[in-house]
Design a protein around this ligand. Structure first.
Ligand code: NAD
Length: 276
């Protein structure tokens, strides 16, 4: 019997029956990824550090999609092993075992010449992007999946700095190079368990964490750095976070990307292929 194109697409991309955790799901990119997973049929659990950001993100998703079911927000510090373990146990009783983990915690703090690096800030950025942004949630979820024979999938957030160092953001450069490295290393380690690990590398999107560097907070105009980014992006603009939804669904679906592991997909308007 011929499948209709709707049936074909459902079969390829539907996430019905799946549960996804979006760690850092209250951020600009995390919220869009949460929405995409919810609309593709998954139950979605948003983790974020502050209660207020969790409830604002949940409300935004309800406003944008009209969907109130299958959506839960939890206040979890993704860098705290005990909190993540407890969060996992708590959500399991309501939503069942998660199948998808999105590691969307991360961001940059400030910009300086290397010799002016503030070491505490540098450590904070590493801690946020690598430890909270990958290591702790990956350790807890992968351990749960391996023990229970679940073939889960992980989507990390790499960056242009994972490939080409950006000036002035030293901790972010180091952390995101590490995120790409650990995406590949954990993909290899978990392949024997059928657990896939991939990443999305967004070009430049206006998030909470990078807005201060890219947009003048008083005038609302782009900063010199913001204009440089646009000049170096062949598409000549910042990305719209909604443009990350397609890559998210591709990587989340075992049907669509079941043999894809250890890759990082740039969604960057051509930033990485800019030349002269
Ligand atoms: N915006 C961009 O242009 C861009 C480009 C490349 C990569 N990225 C990456 O994408 C991810 C999301 O970025 P964004 O722009 O949405 O940033 P964002 O600042 O809007 O979101 C990050 C979220 O993580 C939360 N968070 C921080 N530490 C946490 C912790 N310990 N526990 C739980 N939550 C925590 C923050 O409260 C925030 O809600 C980050 O890893 C970022 O580095 C963003």
């Amino acid at each position: 019997m011929n499948m209709s194109s709707k049936e074909y697409l459902d079969n390829m991309f539907s996430l019905k029956g799946k549960t996804a955790i979006i760690s850092g799901g209250a951020g600009v990119i995390g919220t869009v990824m949460s929405k995409a997973l919810l609309q593709a049929g998954a139950k979605v659990v948003i983790w974020s550090r502050s209660e207020q950001s969790v409830s604002e993100a949940v409300q935004k998703i309800i406003d944008d999609t009209g969907m109130t079911h299958q959506l839960k927000g939890m206040q979890i510090d993704a860098g705290e092993e005990n909190a993540v373990q407890q969060g996992l146990a708590e959500l399991e009783s309501e939503f069942g075992s998660p199948d998808i983990l999105v590691n969307a915690v991360g961001g940059n703090i400030g910009k300086t010449d290397f010799i002016d690096t503030d070491i505490d800030t540098f450590k904070k950025v590493l801690e946020m992007n690598l430890v909270a942004g990958l290591v702790v949630p990956t350790k807890i979820l992968a351990s749960h999946w391996i023990k229970n024979g679940i073939k889960g999938t992980i989507i990390n957030l790499t960056s242009m700095t994972s490939y080409l160092p950006l000036s002035g953001v030293w901790g972010y450069d180091a952390a995101k190079a590490g995120v790409l490295n650990l995406t590949q290393a954990t993909a290899k380690e978990f392949a024997a368990h059928g657990i896939r690990v991939n990443a999305i590398a967004p070009g430049f999107f206006l998030g909470k964490q990078n807005r201060a560097i890219l947009v003048n907070q008083e005038t609302g105009e782009y900063t010199d750095r913001g204009n440089q980014v646009i000049a170096r992006t062949p598409y000549g603009r910042f990305g719209d976070p909604e443009e990350l939804a397609g890559a998210t669904l591709f990587l989340a679906s075992n049907k669509a990307s079941g043999f894809v592991t250890g890759v990082s997909i740039p969604v960057d308007g051509g930033f990485l292929i800019d030349n002269i």
